[in-house]
Design a protein around this ligand. Structure first.
Ligand code: SAM
Ligand code: DTB
Ligand code: SF4
Length: 326
């Protein structure tokens, strides 16, 4: 298999018959572990430059006090967690964080808000953040919750590159996790983002008590969108004290790695981001996730309200594995 050093995604001719049914995905999950990883790494090197990892920084522009009841989340007003409600951050603070992220080496700056949906006056302030971050030479990404008609177009006009809106779990498991909005609501927002011409970042959380069938169903749903997301964050549940999922037993690590590998095979052209939960993973676990096809991470010492793997640790790990940050 050829190795390229180019940061460009390889433009391979369309592959006939990509696996994309639930049965295809379940059959991949059932493969012996080594065969699954071998297949995933071959697909990875067919579509992407080997050994290259994209890095995005993440910054919370509006923390806590969210009206939604997502059972995993530290920021829901429905749960007694240690996270305090804060107002929307001022532009200068956001731009200072973006400058630090750029100087540390991130290529994209993702801004997250604990909202069900953005209010119009808040959206105006966020548009100024997008323009300011872009002017620093960074790609921009926002995650603000459900978008109302016309809002995606306004974001696109401000120059937004990516909108993150996760489906989070399979449609038939989602109601066990969230009751204040539906899986269809989230699909509608993804549709609005796509129609406005913004790139999509959409993935899920693994380890919320879902079955393998649910994990397969979520990935198959992404593969069958009219155009799959350009970026697919795979989050390992971070256990939040005071949240309803606090005491769930931890998922088997090999099942998480399998999920990454199946995502890589089903979504060969998407960046697969090894997202939340890296702080709790040892170096060998992360290396297996990269072998399974993950080629993007959040880079920086914090996620939204929880810790991320420290940048110095990432730098050392990338050096030891011969991975190049792009
Ligand atoms: N409120 C917006 C929304 O729900 O889309 C944006 C912020 S929300 C915190 C963004 C994503 O963070 C969620 O969709 C979920 O995938 C992820 N997330 C939140 N809490 C998490 C946790 N404890 N463990 C893993 N991922 C988490
Ligand atoms: C995504 O898929 N993961 C990020 C980002 N998109 C917004 C968020 C992870 C949050 C982890 C828990 C926390 O820090 O509160
Ligand atoms: Fe609110 Fe988003 Fe957290 Fe759900 S995941 S409670 S919508 S911040």
């Amino acid at each position: 298999m050829p190795h390229t050093s180019s940061a460009e995604q390889k433009t391979t001719a369309a592959t006939p018959c990509l696996p994309r049914t639930l049965n295809d995905a379940l059959a991949l999950f059932d493969l012996p572990f080594m065969d699954l990883l071998w297949q995933a790494q071959q697909i990875h090197q067919q579509y992407f430059a080997a050994n290259e990892i994209q890095r995005s920084a993440l910054f919370s522009i509006k923390t806590g006090g969210c009206s939604e009841d997502c059972k995993y989340c530290a920021q829901s007003a429905h749960h007694q967690t240690t996270v305090e409600r804060e107002p929307l951050k001022p532009l200068a603070e956001v731009l200072a964080a973006a400058r630090c992220a750029r100087d540390a080496g991130a290529s994209r700056f993702c801004m997250g808000a604990a909202w069900r949906t953005p209010k119009e006056k808040d959206l105006d302030a966020v548009l100024a953040m997008v323009r300011g971050v872009k002017a620093l030479g960074l790609e921009t990404c926002l995650t603000l919750g459900l978008l109302q008609p016309g809002q995606a177009e306004r974001l696109q006009q401000a120059g937004l590159d990516y909108y993150n809106h996760n489906l989070d779990s399979a449609a038939d498991y989602y109601p066990k996790i969230v009751s204040t909005h539906t899986h269809d609501d989230r699909l509608q927002t993804i549709d609005r983002v796509r129609n406005a011409g913004i790139k999509i970042c959409s993935g899920g959380i693994i380890g919320m008590g879902e079955t393998r069938r649910h994990r397969a169903g979520l990935l198959v749903q992404f593969a069958n969108l009219p155009k799959p997301p350009e970026s697919v964050p795979i989050n390992h549940l971070v256990s939040i004290p005071g949240s309803p999922l606090e005491a769930l037993p931890k998922l088997d690590n090999f099942e998480f790695i399998r999920t990454i590998a199946v995502a890589r095979i089903l979504l060969p052209r998407s960046y697969i981001r090894l997202s939340a939960g890296r702080h709790e993973m040892n170096d060998e676990m992360q290396a297996l996730c990269f072998l399974a096809g993950a080629n993007s991470v959040f880079y920086g010492s914090a996620l939204l309200t929880t810790d991320n793997a420290a940048p110095e640790r990432d730098d050392a790990l990338f050096r030891r594995l011969g991975l190049q940050a792009v």
